[in-house]
Write a protein that binds this ligand. Structure first.
Ligand code: ZN
Ligand code: ZN
Length: 366
């Protein structure tokens, strides 16, 4: 496990406070789980942060009193009463900090949350805030990149070990479990997400869940998996064939088109390129090959404490990439009735260009 460097939480708090100042908000109420962990160091699953210019409060229930004291020395613990809820302490927290304009995470809090909170603290002006902490999380520091690198390595090794045991006749679910159990015996805390294994025509659905379908020799098998290690995630897709492909012309045309698109997009990554432009590199190449209608998702997404986070490599992101962004590059072609090919790597944007973190081989025949 990679240690969090000393002073990182105070420096993240300083960044949030600068953003609060710029947005003319007195404080931010943080309820989104990964944002809460990022800003406080807390690894539990329930709690609320109230961060103002001077104060940093952590509201927790009885289960987490001790954990907050241990993990979050930069925060003052506010104890929820036994059996009580966050709204029982919110008014007192607002009073302690003297805040009036209070930001909440509009992309996480529910409508019911905001109704309850504004009823508990009616004198506050509740301001919808979006993307403030996720924007900070998009740029990883050296310790985060080290953690992600370790998760990627573990995922790569576990996939290789599991594929060495993959055989025709196994079900998709059996292969998914083999991959997951191999990751866990290699030291993963968890699978980063439900592992997808889809054989033959099932692979035409980009996010088909593994089922009882048996693996067939010569059919494309799409495997999408990731490991969680040190609270950070990896994300890896490979498309493989057990033995030579049944329809070699079609398989190699599609496989090589996806691979060329992926390599071209990876080579184009650098600080300053927009998510949209990176997406276009792969999309144009797949379009020129005649498969533009069969690549219906974005090229990639950020990965960190969450499997899907900022920045997106898609038509919708016109912002430039920056050093420290960690993204996936995962073009795919999906043909109904035949199957799919997707190849996914993870990459970190560096000062001068890009480093591909994934080392899993791309030779599909096993
Ligand atoms: Zn994936
Ligand atoms: Zn992905």
């Amino acid at each position: 496990m990679v240690e969090r460097p000393n002073g990182i939480i105070p420096s993240r708090l300083a960044e949030v406070r600068e953003l609060l100042r710029q947005n003319e908000v007195d404080a931010l109420l943080v309820s989104q789980p990964e944002n809460r962990g990022y800003l406080s160091g807390f690894t539990g699953s329930t709690g609320w942060l109230l961060i103002s210019a001077e104060r940093a409060l952590f509201a927790a229930d009885f289960r987490y009193y001790e954990q907050v004291e241990l993990e979050c020395p930069d925060f003052e613990l506010v104890k929820l009463p036994f059996g009580g809820g966050f709204t029982d302490v919110l008014a007192a927290m607002v009073q302690q900090t003297g805040v009036r304009r209070l930001g909440f995470e509009a992309d996480h809090a529910t409508f019911a949350n905001v109704q309850d909170w504004s009823k508990a603290a009616p004198d506050c002006e509740w301001m919808a805030s979006k993307g403030l902490v996720t924007g900070l999380r998009a740029v990883k520091d050296a310790s985060e990149i080290a953690a992600i690198r370790a998760a990627v390595k573990l995922g790569d090794e576990a996939l290789a070990a599991a594929l060495a045991q993959a055989r025709p006749g196994m079900t998709e679910l059996e292969l998914a479990w083999l991959i997951e159990s191999t990751m866990r015996t290699h030291g993963a805390e968890a699978a980063a997400f439900e592992i997808l294994v889809s054989c033959g025509p099932n692979g035409a659905r980009p996010h088909a869940r593994a089922g009882e379908t048996r693996l067939v020799a010569g059919e494309p098998i799409v495997i999408d998996m990731g490991a969680r290690l040190g609270h950070y995630n990896s994300d890896l897709t490979r498309t493989v064939c057990l033995g030579q492909p049944n329809n070699p012309d079609k398989f190699w045309t599609i496989y090589n088109t996806v691979l060329r698109a992926q390599l071209a997009a990876e080579a184009a990554l650098r600080p300053g390129i927009t998510g949209k432009a990176a997406d276009a590199v792969a999309r144009d190449l797949i379009g020129e090959a005649g498969f533009g209608d069969y690549f219906g998702h974005g090229l990639g997404h950020g990965v960190g404490l969450a499997v899907h986070e900022e920045p997106r490599l898609s038509r919708l992101n016109e912002s430039p990439l920056a050093p420290g962004n960690v993204v996936t590059v995962e073009p795919g072609i999906y043909l109904p009735g035949w199957g799919g090919v997707r190849i996914e790597d993870m990459a970190v944007i560096t000062e001068n260009g890009v480093e591909i973190l994934t080392t899993a081989p791309k030779e599909p025949i096993i």
